[in-house]
Design a protein around this ligand. Structure first.
Ligand code: IPE
Ligand code: IPE
Ligand code: MG
Length: 258
């Protein structure tokens, strides 16, 4: 019927292997309580901890969290510096626990914009957890889907200019190999909290066939129940990858019997 690896992998394993989350609504969570926006970011860390714990328990391959977009630099300077300090603090505080739980931490994004202190912490945290074999926790920081695609194009263009590659030989698979998350399963489920229905320059290529799930829950209120609800919604959907529903159901029956 089809030889799309994403399609076959998904039918073979209905449970999401890779969940990506746009953690939105921290500011509104705080504002609705008469607090400063930064208090929402602080509370959001608790939701991150809880989500990582649940994702690990569910035995998923990858969890990708959008922590800071390439556009978030446009925010007031105090908020940006608070977020950078928080990132530094959380990395320092949580990395041992991640390591103990066999979780591999992977920061995706343009880290060159960060302070030396933060870059050092990121490198140390990644090195410590590099050989872990459990959940891969990708944290998108100074990440933009457009940046990701641009840097992939630059790498391929470099190979072309060095005469190692013909531009006409570039395939989708080759391009995908240059993107962040190249070695990981495609995103099955993308969750956005906070009530807005947009991608905000998160993963673009990698979301090509993801199921999208939007919830009004604000990020600091997200936790095991909200994640379970999202996974339940995912499991109730029929992923078709361009095929017809009848083809998909026949394939499902075959794989159950086989
Ligand atoms: C998401 O929450 C966290 C970051 C973008 C860093 P927001 O800070 O965007 O919260 P709202 O959307 O203003 O409520
Ligand atoms: C997306 O949220 C980025 C993160 C959650 C890190 P934003 O709050 O920045 O998105 P927009 O600006 O409302 O689209
Ligand atoms: Mg927001």
């Amino acid at each position: 019927m089809t030889n799309s690896p994403a399609f076959e992998a998904t039918l073979g394993k209905a449970f999401p292997r890779h969940i990506a989350i746009i953690m939105d609504g921290n500011g509104r969570w705080a504002e609705s309580r008469g607090k400063a926006r930064i208090m929402g970011h602080k509370q959001g860390v608790e939701a991150v901890r809880e989500t990582v714990r649940c994702a690990n328990k569910l035995g998923m391959t990858s969890l990708t969290l959008f922590a800071f977009s390439s556009e978030n630099w446009r925010r007031p300077e105090e908020e940006v510096s608070f977020l950078m300090e928080l990132f530094l603090l959380v990395l320092g505080r949580e990395v041992k626990k991640l390591h103990k739980n066999n979780i591999k931490l992977n920061i995706i994004g343009d880290c060159s914009a960060f302070s030396e202190r933060l870059i050092k912490k990121i490198n140390e945290a990644q090195a410590l957890t590099a050989n872990n074999t459990g959940l891969i926790l990708n944290v998108a920081a100074n990440y933009g889907g457009c940046w990701d695609i641009t840097q992939a194009a630059q790498h391929l263009a470099e190979q072309v200019s060095q005469g190692k590659l013909q531009s006409s030989d570039i395939t989708e698979a080759m391009f995908a190999q240059q993107l962040m998350l190249a070695e990981q399963p495609a995103v099955d489920l993308m969750i956005r909290t906070g009530g807005d229905h947009r991608i905000s320059n998160f993963l673009l290529w990698q979301l090509a066939y993801a199921e999208l799930y939007f919830t009004d829950t604000l990020w600091p209120d997200f936790g095991e129940q909200a994640l379970t609800d999202a996974v339940a919604a995912f499991l109730s959907r029929e992923r078709r990858f361009g095929c017809t529903g009848a083809q998909v159901r026949a394939w499902m029956n075959d794989s159950k019997q086989g």
